[in-house]
Design a protein around this ligand. Structure first.
Ligand code: ASP
Length: 332
């Protein structure tokens, strides 16, 4: 049965020194009491990403600068197996990256199935700032990145190559169809897309979302993460949301857009995230082997998150509490 507890549960993990820049109160901020700056992100790898974003936010950086700086830390970390360099390759052994950004002015940029470039989020920002388009994919995205001065980088680490070879050998014995995002046991060290949302000192919102997508996906598959409205949506009048997990389910529900629209109608960030998970559950049942997690931040700096399965963690950096890992409530 769904678990509908009303509040996020803090999972007694790191809490790193709170900043003196406390603008207002915590979770119950009203329209006149905006908590800022705030940065939130998905999963445990959000903790170091938040640190980098916080530096930007407390050094006059915009929310857009902050989310880009934050997720770049994880894109460059070969130990994170689901984002950037070191991410798992697709079925053909090629690492392809998906990412997007959206800012306070409703501007957005995105790349899908990008190969050989370390920082897809920065390329997405360039698409937003330097082109009349929103999204570039595949070879076109890579050519554009190179034209913009990004260096070609081998994204397939030795570890990923070995893992892929092992998987491939198993396929020869018992071939698997491409599967949705199979979690099995939630492995906290090795988890998923990073979506990041920030509210800056001027009270403006931006977000970023970046991933190597599902492990052993079909070549050319693009998930929810680079799709504006699915993996990420920002409306500076209302709030921002991002998603992680089974990308196809998030796309089918336009998950992040739905969360922001729910907040526009008066839902708290937590209620908005739960509404998305409920929509996924209505469409697909409650499959035990897939995860969808949604994270939202409203204009007042209030944070909410909800998962289809338990185990969905978010990293939340606020002036009051510092940087802490928080486990979201979940259906299952
Ligand atoms: N949402 C990502 C995708 O479907 C993967 C994930 O977050 O696990 O590509």
């Amino acid at each position: 049965m769904p678990n509908r507890r009303d509040f996020l549960k803090t999972s007694a993990i790191a809490s790193i020194g709170a900043s003196p820049m406390l603008a207002a109160c915590g979770g119950g901020a009203s329209a006149s009491q905006q908590q800022k700056p705030v940065v939130v992100s998905t999963w445990r790898h959000g903790m170091p990403a938040n640190e980098a974003a916080w530096e930007e936010l407390t050094d006059d950086g915009t929310a857009l600068d902050a989310v880009e700086a934050g997720v770049r830390v994880i894109e460059a970390d070969p130990e994170t197996r689901t984002v950037g360099r070191g991410g798992y390759p697709d079925r053909t052994g090629v690492v392809t990256l998906d990412a997007c950004v959206m800012d306070e002015r409703g501007r957005c940029g995105s790349v899908g199935a990008l190969e050989d470039i370390l920082h897809p989020t920065s390329v997405a920002r360039k698409v937003m700032e330097e082109t009349p388009h929103v999204m570039l994919v595949g070879d076109g995205a890579r050519d554009f990145a190179i034209e913009q001065g990004f260096e070609e980088t081998d994204l397939l680490t030795e570890q990923s190559r070995q893992d892929w070879q092992e998987w491939k050998e198993k396929q020869e014995e018992t071939p698997e169809r491409p599967e949705p995002n199979i979690e099995g046991e939630v492995d906290e060290e090795n988890h998923d897309t990073i979506g990041m949302l920030a509210l800056d000192a001027n009270g403006h919102l931006s977000g970023a979302c970046t991933t190597s997508g599902t492990q052993w996906k079909m070549h050319g598959r693009v998930g929810d993460s680079p799709l504006i409205g699915a993996g990420l949506f920002v409306d500076d009048d209302v709030g921002a949301a991002c998603a992680t997990g089974w990308g196809e389910a998030v796309i089918r529900t336009a998950g992040s857009h739905l969360a922001v629209e729910k907040m526009r109608q008066g839902a708290s960030p937590m209620e908005a995230c739960r509404a998305v998970v409920e929509r996924v559950s209505n469409l697909h049942g409650n499959p035990e082997d897939v995860q969808v997690g949604v994270l939202a931040l409203n204009k007042n700096g209030e944070i909410g998150a909800y998962g289809l399965q338990s185990g969905f963690e978010t990293a939340q950096y606020t002036p009051e509490a510092g940087n802490q890992l928080v486990e979201a409530d979940a259906f299952q």
